[in-house]
Design a protein around this ligand. Structure first.
Ligand code: PLP
Length: 232
């Protein structure tokens, strides 16, 4: 039977299992300890029914780009599926900070002082603070979010001084045209320099390379849920 004739449930479960197997193989190849890499299933643009199928396989970490979409899909699932960890991985406007703090377990896109102010204020008011990752624009691409390489050290220091242990790591999206390896290596050394343990790097196209360079979280969407229309 070809994949095309399998029911949707089988398809997402099968793809998840394939990605998990590739992660496990990359971890072994890198000589890293088992279970050191968390798969974040990126469910942006896919319906809650697809998230449910992933939940049924035991998947618990999910990534969403937009706070509003995350708020529509996830709160209703939390009671039934304990252990859900929702990561906000898209650029965050300051006026969405309060909603993000309410809905997210991890915000991976802290990249500027104004957003730090807004998240800090929202966390104080809401009485909860998600885990925070600083996004670095490793390719210094004008269209991409993230603090520049040049400003990363200073900004990370400010974030840690302000939010303490809630700042746990760094995140990046290398330029699509580049070999991602040197970008991943740079992010890993920057995190080590600051004593930060979490590294969110690697997507469908390059997660195995990211694992080789020390990723602790890989953000994988299309390899699990299929092609997005329109791509985002
Ligand atoms: C969409 C997205 C992903 C997942 O991309 P795929 O290529 O579908 O795996 C990962 N990280 C971020 C920040 C994204 O926006």
């Amino acid at each position: 039977m070809s994949d095309a004739t399998l029911p949707e449930t089988a398809s997402i479960a099968v793809q998840l299992a394939r990605v998990q197997a590739r992660i496990a193989a990359a971890v072994v190849a890198a000589g890293r300890p088992a279970d050191c890499v968390q798969l974040v299933a990126v469910s942006k643009t896919y319906p809650a029914s697809d998230v449910l199928q992933a939940l049924h396989t035991g998947q618990r970490h999910f990534g969403e780009n937009r706070v509003q979409e995350a708020a529509q899909k996830f709160p209703a699932l939390r009671d039934t599926y304990p252990g859900i960890r929702l990561h906000i991985i898209g650029g965050l406007q300051t006026n969405k900070a309060a909603d993000a703090v309410r809905v997210a377990d991890v915000i991976e896109t802290l990249d500027r002082p104004k957003l730090l102010d807004a998240l800090s204020l929202a966390a104080d008011r809401g009485g909860r603070c998600p885990e925070l990752l600083v996004q670095v624009n490793v390719g210094d691409e004008s269209q991409k979010a993230g603090v520049s390489r040049a400003d990363a050290d200073g900004f990370i220091r400010i974030c840690v001084a302000r939010m303490g242990g809630r700042v746990t790591g760094l995140m990046c999206i290398p330029p699509a045209a580049d070999d991602p390896g040197p970008h991943f290596a740079w992010l890993a050394s920057c995190a080590a320099h600051h004593g930060l343990l979490e590294l969110s790097m690697g997507m469908s196209a390059d997660f195995e390379a990211a694992i080789q360079y020390g990723a602790t979280h890989v953000r994988v969407g299309s390899a699990i849920f299929g092609a997005r229309v329109p791509p985002l």
